[in-house]
Design a protein around this ligand. Structure first.
Ligand code: ZN
Length: 460
């Protein structure tokens, strides 16, 4: 009688062992391949069970809030077009995707104390640094354009607004496949979040970087530069529409003299330029919980290195930067040379009101010395005076500059940039705009300057 019992027991044990192996294979070995695939039901299961938290702006406006529909929690949009790129349009895009763990209370944002007490799992509220009032003002100013804008608080690098135009309606894009396809194939790229995901040739914005590097290295910034309208660098000729004659670096910077700037860059040399670009983190990613691109520069080693270097120093051809990277550089001038990584996430709050995570800017170190940063900041003040708008406007004093650039053969496909810091001399905010398909920099000043004054009038 004992032998058959033993056989049954062994068979059952063997079966159990086999089950354990199969289970372990699917849950441990094969599982990572299923994450995010069509078979991964984790996210939709989670949205059935857990009520996610709200997404709030820095000034307390509700950007996303959950409602129960067909047995699932789905988000409603408080400011659909103004915040479309930040909220995203479904659980995989924008901050809905990148901050899903925080919004659904998953590790590392799980708060087990409230989890045990609440009858149903609840997610966390996420508060951004972006202020709805500033975002709305920026969106309203840019709505008729194609391009983008950023507003950063100078004291701590908090992102107060980030707009990309054209925008889109997240509800329409999420609910209809046809609407999504129209948006995804639109040549004006409404789904693209330009401040972080689009890279532009920086054009004259790069001259400020080169000037900072030259002053920092102390390589003959005082020695005269010579502009007679054209200057040959290897196989290319740098041209300046005005023959400035002899001029110093500050004048070259303010007069946008390409010839003198190229000469200054050559005096600086490739190695010092590369090292400086690295030190001010010019090509770094955004690190803002959103997809972002790194900047790019051409190769300085190949047979065309000299031409590539001069073109890079003028921000042309293959040189590309995100608007955020450009804003980060000008922010460092306003902060006495300290490079700051802006931040977007202000707080993650548990349902019980406990702050789980508090966001803050990350200092990337001293990119340039304080005297050089201050010198460039005072040049920004002079550049603002040159734009001629200070006297006529009733707003606070400001510093900043504007420039325009276009590919050689497509003068209509140019971009106009505006950087403004105010109020001067103790700036609170930095505003950066990029307007695409612009014919000159004046349009950026016409949009940017009233907007800067309007923002300075707000309590932020
Ligand atoms: Zn010149």
């Amino acid at each position: 009688m004992q032998a058959p019992l033993r056989a049954v027991a062994i068979a059952l044990l063997a079966l159990l062992g086999l089950l354990a192996i199969v289970q372990a294979y699917w849950q441990v070995v094969a599982a990572p391949a299923f994450l995010g695939s069509a078979y991964d039901t984790h996210a939709s299961l989670l949205s059935k069970v857990t009520r996610p938290g709200r997404l709030l702006s820095g000034d307390g406006q509700t950007l996303l809030w959950p409602v129960r529909r067909h047995g699932e929690w789905v988000y409603q949009y408080g400011w659909p077009e103004e915040f479309a790129h930040l909220t995203g349009y479904d659980s995989h895009t924008g901050l809905q995707g990148r901050l899903a763990a925080a919004l659904f209370g998953q590790p590392p944002f799980a708060d087990w104390r409230t989890r045990l007490l609440a009858p149903h799992p609840l997610g966390n509220d996420v508060k951004l640094t972006v202020q709805a009032s500033v975002q709305e003002a920026l969106y309203r100013a840019l709505r008729d354009w194609q391009g983008c804008g950023l507003v950063v608080r100078v004291s701590d690098g908090a992102l107060l607004a980030a707009v990309s135009v054209p925008s889109y309606d997240p509800l329409a894009v999420a609910s209809s496949k046809a609407d999504w396809e129209i948006a995804a194939t639109d040549p004006n790229q409404p789904l693209l979040f330009r401040p972080l995901e689009n890279v532009y040739p920086p054009y004259w914005g790069m001259a400020w970087v080169v000037a900072a590097a030259v002053l920092e290295a102390g390589v003959g910034a005082d020695a005269g530069l010579e502009c007679d309208g054209a200057w040959r660098a290897g196989r290319i000729v740098v041209r300046c529409p005005r023959s400035h004659g002899r001029l110093g670096l500050p004048e070259a910077l303010l007069q946008q003299c390409h010839v003198a700037l190229a000469q200054a860059a050559e005096r600086l040399g490739v190695e010092r330029f590369r090292a400086f670009v690295k030190r001010v983190h010019l090509l770094d990613n955004g690190h803002l919980y959103l997809p972002s691109r790194a900047g790019a520069m051409p190769d300085f080693f190949g047979w065309r290195w000299r031409e590539n270097f001069i073109e890079a120093s003028l921000g042309e051809r293959e040189t590309r930067l995100t608007p955020l990277a450009m804003a980060r550089f000008f922010l460092s001038l306003a902060r006495g040379g300290e490079v700051l990584q802006p931040y977007l996430l202000s707080e993650v709050c548990s349902p019980a009101g406990r702050v789980l995570v508090r966001g803050c800017a990350r200092s990337l170190g001293q990119g340039l010395s304080r005297p050089v940063a201050d010198q460039l900041a005072s040049l920004l003040k002079q550049a603002a005076r040159q734009l001629g708008a200070e006297g006529e406007s009733s707003g606070a004093a400001w510093a900043g500059t504007a420039w325009w650039g276009a590919p050689r053969r497509q003068p209509n496909a140019g971009e106009a940039w505006f950087v403004g810091l105010g109020p001067w001399p103790q700036p609170r905010v930095l505003l950066l705009l990029v307007l695409e398909k612009a014919a000159n920099e004046n349009v950026a000043v016409e949009v940017g300057l009233p907007l800067l004054h309007y923002i300075l009038g707000m309590s932020i």
